[in-house]
Structures are given as C-alpha cells and as structure tokens.
Design a protein around this ligand. Structure first.
Ligand code: ES4
Ligand code: ZN
Length: 386
C-alpha cells in the first residue's frame, strides 16, 4: 500500500500507524529503507504535510462568505451582499483601506458568543487539516465593542473554540489582542484595561489596521504599559508603510516580532539589524499581492529576504479574503519564486522558533519537522537541494 505524505501525517497525529510504517522509529531514513513504501510526493504535497506554525492570522479575516451570510441571516442583519458569490466578487481590493472597509463591514455579522465560537472553530478545523501544529491568533476587539458587543462575548466565544480544539485537533494556540491604530491611543488604553481581567487567555498585544498616517509612536504609552504587564508585543509595520515605519515600531514599541515588514528591505542598515537580532517577520504573500503591496507574486521580495538571512515566516493574514490559507501561501510563493524544499523547511522552522512557545514545546515541534523532512520522499524533479 502506498500512502501520501498527508495520510502519513494524519495517521501519525492519530497515533495509528499504517501497517508498512511499524518501523517508523527505525533510525534509517524512510527513503533509504525499501520496507518504507510512502509514495513520492510533489512539492504541493510536501507543503501540505509539513508541520508548521501560523503566526499572523486575523480571526475575523477567516470569515468565509458562506459563514458570513449564514450568521448574518440567523442574526436578522442586512448585508450589502445578497449571497456568498456576490460578496466574493466584491473582494477586489485597490489597497489596504479598500480591504479594511469591507472587512469591518463583514465582521459586523458577529454578535453572539456562538458566532465567535463558530468562526474560530471553522478556522481551527481548516488549520489542522493543513498541518498547522501551532497558531497565534489575532483578534480585533475594538471592531466589536464599537458596535456594542461586550468584550466578554467576543473572548468567551473565541477561547471556547480554542480550548475545544486543543483537545480534539491536537493543535496548540495563543491569542494576541490587536489594537486598532486608526483609533486613538486613549481608546486603545481603554480596551487594554477592559481586557486585563481576561489576561489568562491573552498572550500578546498587537497593532493593526490602517498604517498610513497612524505611526507606531502614537501607541508608545500603551505598549510601554503592556510591556510592564508582561505581554508579548508585536506590530504591523512595513506593509503599506515604508522602512521608516518598521524602524519606528522597533525603536518605540519594544516589539519582539514584526507583522509584514516587507518594506524593511529598502534600508540596508535596518535589514542588518533585523538579521543580527533575528527579529522575526511574519510575511503574508497572498495578502501582499491582493492588497497590491507587490504587483504580482513573482515580484514579491520573500526570496530576497530569505537570502539576506532574515527570520521570515509565511502566514495567511485574512485567508477568507485573499485567496488561500497557509498552505496556499507556501505553494503559490514557492511556484512563483522558485523556492526549494530547503527554503520551505527553513520557513517552517522559523515559524516555530519565532513563536511565543516555551523552549521545550518548540523543540518538540522542531523535532517533528526534522523527522518529516527526513522521512518524506519528494519526486526526483522536486528533490534537488535538500
Ligand atoms: C489587516 Cl492585511 C491587514 N493589515 C492591517 N490590519 C489588518 N487587519 C486585518 N487585516
Ligand atoms: Zn495582518
């Protein structure tokens, strides 16, 4: 019986190995042992089966049009789109702001705790099916509290699904609360204070929404406070803003990760510092193409970022809007930029090392990845540089 890499991983997760794989603990690499008969896999199959972490994912950005229509209907709400197809047709963005306008509009169907639960559960099922082993998930509470939804409703719905998934899907998760930068720091501070009673469920504080005209330094006090309170700090920078925006976020917000950051490449000194300090960048290629940060995937600077030694990770941002989840981001970037298997494994390795997990948990995931890399035979044409 030949099995695909995907089936092999699934069976590994379920701890029921197929008959041919009894010798899985054998120290010989699978491809060197004729008794191990896994099918040769394509690059897309290799990506699909590869253990990985997702570190840049807005939970509201996983609201697929079908679920949006369904939740809107059950809440008796009017939407600008009569059905999922017409919503999808409207997802044609000029820039970040034209996306955000639609994103906040669609998000307004989320009202009850069960809406947030259903949204999060649907994403987690998808993530597990793509062999995401760990997810650090953003949420935008101000986009809900501004509509009169209680913070408690939002976080109980999301956290309920996370807790269920940790048990049923064998996937670890963390929650990062993002502050909307188009609102004032005072409003952000108010949100932060409201969130403090729920801090047992919140690992980090992030900064998102419209980057232009909303520089990181506006949120210096909030991030200072969050730092003193011991939160992981991250910020979107260098998406529609240039290298100076990345520099400012790094210098004023005490962040340990930069979301997007692709425009850092315009400043050699900045790149040198990011490389030296191995500050992770959570890059989202499909998002960048759909929001016209780059004219096409072939012009994306991801490969050059890797070649410079930056700690780059690949992520899906708002997958319901940008045409794919994390595996599609890996696959489309790999095809357009000629990424090699070694690059893909490096990106997955970075995703675990850049996570906020403890050393031991990181090591377990890295071992899983190393074993996958050794044991998954690629078709000869794909196998050039491992
Ligand atoms: C976002 Cl792509 C992107 N950029 C900034 N803020 C966001 N919130 C949700 N998606
Ligand atoms: Zn984002």
């Amino acid at each position: 019986m030949n099995i695909s890499a995907q089936e092999y991983r699934t069976s590994f997760l379920l701890r029921t190995l197929p008959a041919e794989c009894k010798a899985v603990s054998c120290s010989m690499p699978r491809h060197a042992n004729p008794k191990h008969t896994a099918a040769m896999t394509t690059l897309a199959g290799f990506i699909a089966g590869m253990p990985k972490a997702e570190l840049h994912l807005h939970i509201e950005g996983t609201l697929e049009p079908e679920l949006m229509i369904e939740i809107g209907r059950r809440n008796g709400l009017e939407l600008p789109w009569p059905d999922a197809e017409s919503a999808r047709r409207a997802y044609n963005f000029r820039d970040l702001q034209s996306f955000l306008d639609i994103y906040y509009r669609a998000t307004s169907v989320l009202v009850h705790e069960e809406d947030f639960y259903d949204l999060t559960a649907a994403y987690l099922r998808k993530a597990a099916s793509q062999n995401v082993r760990h997810a650090e998930i953003f949420f935008d509470p101000q986009s809900h509290t501004a509509r009169g939804i209680a913070f408690e409703t939002v976080i109980r719905g999301i956290e309920g699904a996370l807790q269920d998934a940790r048990r049923s899907l064998n996937l670890s998760t963390k929650l990062i609360m993002c502050i909307l930068r188009h609102l004032s720091e005072r409003e952000g501070l108010e949100m932060f204070r409201q969130a403090l009673p729920w801090r047992r469920w919140i690992t980090g504080i992030g900064l998102d929404s419209a980057e232009r005209d909303n520089p990181p330094s506006r949120f210096r006090n909030l991030f200072e406070l969050a730092h003193r309170e011991g939160f992981l700090l991250v910020a979107h920078a260098g998406e529609e803003g240039g290298a100076p925006s990345v520099r400012e976020a790094l210098d004023t917000l005490q962040i340990s990760r930069i979301d997007h950051g692709v425009h850092c490449m315009e400043d050699d000194g900045l790149v040198a510092e990011l490389v030296r300090r191995q500050i992770p960048l959570t890059v989202c290629p499909l998002s960048n193409v759909r929001l016209r940060v780059f004219p096409s995937m072939r012009e994306h600077n991801l490969k050059r970022m890797l070649q410079r030694g930056l700690c780059v990770t690949l992520n899906s941002d708002d997958p319901a809007y940008f045409g794919g989840y994390v595996n599609e981001n890996y696959t489309e970037a790999a095809e357009a930029l000629g990424l090699l298997p070694g690059d893909l494994v490096q990106l997955a390795r970075n995703s675990f090392t850049a996570s906020s997990l403890g050393t031991l948990q990181k090591q377990l995931y890295l071992n899983e990845l190393r074993r996958y890399d050794i044991e998954t035979p690629l078709q000869p044409s794909e196998n050039r540089t491992r």
